[in-house]
Design a protein. Structure first.
Length: 248
């Protein structure tokens, strides 16, 4: 019998490669002998659709630009945070207090702003900047530390990111994470249909040895490798397409 894998936990690049490897192993074993051509063709068609969308997203020039701009605004907000954190240890009480006022305001929006997904970080930074530009006690604290340039950099990077993000969304709407997710669901259906077909044919063999033993063993070895990947993967390891729009 075929080994199972939690397909939902595979990130887009991993998922696509697993499906291509699964199909590849079957083809290497002369698939025509197994009476699975209809299921295999349907499976390969869905893999092709997913790969086209994934490559389109990766090839987007704006996707690469977004990564750079996002890194820029992450650097700005992290720089401000650690600057303020260091001043909570300042020997002047006034500086300690001003730093804490700004840190307390940042804390209202949660920890790890730079780790938020794209849309959430944009909205959070917009709200934070609005606070720092509109509340007297925060304006005074910003002035005390001469953080005007940091603020300008953060605001400019966030605005540029949002503009570029909206432009990219228009440019490759068909390759949005939501669309890729839907295609993945179609691939799942084709995958399970093919896998179950092979299992069923193997169980129906009345006179051993079953011609399906070799291919099942090879496919199980593949699945075991990807299951090991899921077990050993670091929690914060990103997927360039999947996580950029959901969680960094």
């Amino acid at each position: 019998m075929m080994n199972s894998i939690d397909l939902q936990k595979l990130r887009n690049a991993e998922y696509l490669q697993y499906m291509k490897d699964f199909s590849g192993i079957i083809n290497l074993n002369n698939s025509a002998q197994f009476d699975i051509e209809a299921k295999l063709n349907a499976f390969n068609t869905k893999i092709g659709e997913l790969e086209t969308l994934y490559k389109k997203a990766l090839a987007s020039e704006k996707t690469q630009e977004l990564l750079l701009i996002d890194a820029r605004r992450d650097a700005a907000i992290n720089g401000i945070y650690y600057f303020l954190l260091s001043h909570t240890y300042h020997f002047e009480t006034a500086k300690q207090q001003n730093a804490q006022v700004l840190l307390d305001n940042m804390a209202l929006y949660g920890s790890g702003i730079a780790r938020l997904n794209y849309q959430a970080e944009t909205a959070t930074l917009n709200n934070l900047i609005r606070d720092w530009e509109g509340k007297p006690e925060l304006i005074n604290a910003i002035s005390e530390f001469n953080l005007t340039e940091w603020m300008a950099e953060l605001k400019a990077a966030n605005e540029e990111f949002n503009t570029k993000y909206l432009s990219r969304t228009q440019e490759y709407g068909d390759a949005s994470p939501e669309t890729i997710k839907l295609i993945r669901e179609d691939v799942n259906v084709a995958y399970y249909a093919l896998r179950d077909r092979i299992d069923a044919l193997h169980l129906l063999v009345e006179t051993p040895p079953s011609p399906y033993v070799t291919i099942i063993n090879q496919l199980n070895a593949l699945t075991d490798q990807y299951n090991a990947l899921l077990v050993n993967r670091k929690p914060d390891s990103p997927d360039i397409i999947n996580t950029e729009d959901s969680a960094k």
